[in-house]
Structures are given as C-alpha cells and as structure tokens.
Design a protein around this ligand. Sequence first.
Ligand SMILES: Nc1nc2c(ncn2[C@@H]2O[C@H](COP(=O)(O)OP(=O)(O)O)[C@@H](O)[C@H]2O)c(=O)[nH]1
Ligand SMILES: [Mg+2]
Length: 198
Amino acid sequence: MECHKCSRNSCHSKTQKNWFTSLFNFQSKSQSYTEVFSEIALVGMPNVGKSVLFNALTGIYATVSNYPGTTVEVARGKTQIGEHSFGVIDTPGMYSLLPITEEEKVARDLLMRKSVSLAIHVVEAKNLGRMLPLTFQLLEAGLPLILAINMMDEASRLKIKIDPLSLEEKLNIPVVKMSATQGIGIDQLKRRIVNYVK
Ligand SMILES: Nc1nc2c(ncn2[C@@H]2O[C@H](COP(=O)(O)OP(=O)(O)O)[C@@H](O)[C@H]2O)c(=O)[nH]1
Ligand SMILES: [Mg+2]
C-alpha cells in the first residue's frame, strides 16, 4: 500500500494485484465513501483486548449471534463518531489470514465481506514483534488498516517504549496507542477512523 492518506480507490488500485488479494479474491471496491465505510472489523490474536475495545466503541448497542453454519459467536454493534455512523464487528481471534481453526476461518470470512471496509488490527504492546506479521498480511491483502497498540499500561510498567510516529512512517498506516480497559486512546482512535472517511 503506497499511501493510506490518499483516496481509497487509489490505495486499492495499487494493492489489489498482490498475492494475498488474488489468493482470497478480495474484491476491488469502488463504492462511495458512505457505502465503503459501513463496517469496521476489529481483528487480532486472542486476548489482545478486541472485545474490550468493541464495548468501548459500541456501548450497549450490540448483538451476539453464531456465524452461519458454525458455533462461533460474533458480536456486532454500532458506533457513532460525530456525524458518522459505523457498524462494528468483533471478529474471533486469529493468528494468520491462512486459517487453521474455525474461529480463524470465520474471522477471515468476516474480513472478506464487501461491507467491511476498515480493519482495526488490535495488538498487545508488550508482544508487538509477535503480532506485526499479521499486520503485514492484512496490508498485503489490501485492507485499509489502523494499528491499535493496546495494553500500553502494561508496556509502560515493563518500561517498553513504542514510537507510534516511527511505526506510522514505516507501515504507512495510522497507529494509535491505547489502554482499552482504562479508556485511554479511544478518542484518538475514533479521530483516526473518521479521518479515513474524510
Ligand atoms: N492491562 C490491560 N488489560 C487489558 C486491556 N485491554 C484488555 N485487557 C484485558 O485483556 C483480557 C482480554 O481482553 P478481551 O477484550 O477479552 O480480548 P480479545 O480476546 O481480543 O477479545 C481481558 O482480561 C481484559 O480485561 C488494557 O488496555 N490493559
Ligand atoms: Mg473477544
């Protein structure tokens, strides 16, 4: 992906021929912005804080149902950020876009849906190195992406320092530091989501 700040169509036109895109047949999306940003998927390994973030974004407006044909539960809700309304999906934990478990298959299927147009990759600050490979896979797949580095409270306790600006430059996507349980970084994340729309 060359530039997350440019219009989405040009980002996709530069990335849609990569191997992950063809492997999973991600669709080239040419809808208007309002259609394009209809749903946001929270994605990441298990126990990184996706569901805590989901609750912070959606509040009480959430429903939980089994993904069709599976026993895997998926929570969906809505979030209102300023004048913008988005659907939010809490995807099951996944380690890779090449699925092994049923949860990973469901997570990948959810990400491939046409209506899902922004993925927020939630990672654990103290295990960043272990989690970034999935970030690269999501980027390779051509998904518009925000990296949410969660559990910064734990990282701070361990004196782990993370420079989000440097990561933004290297990955060319927005990077937000958060502590979801403490509500820290949520507002900044919301601003970055809306910036995508703009
Ligand atoms: N210290 C700390 N713990 C967190 C934070 N966010 C989530 N957790 C905890 O991490 C665990 C897993 O969170 P959860 O949202 O269920 O993770 P998920 O599997 O990715 O949905 C829970 O015990 C949360 O309370 C955070 O910012 N800081
Ligand atoms: Mg969860």
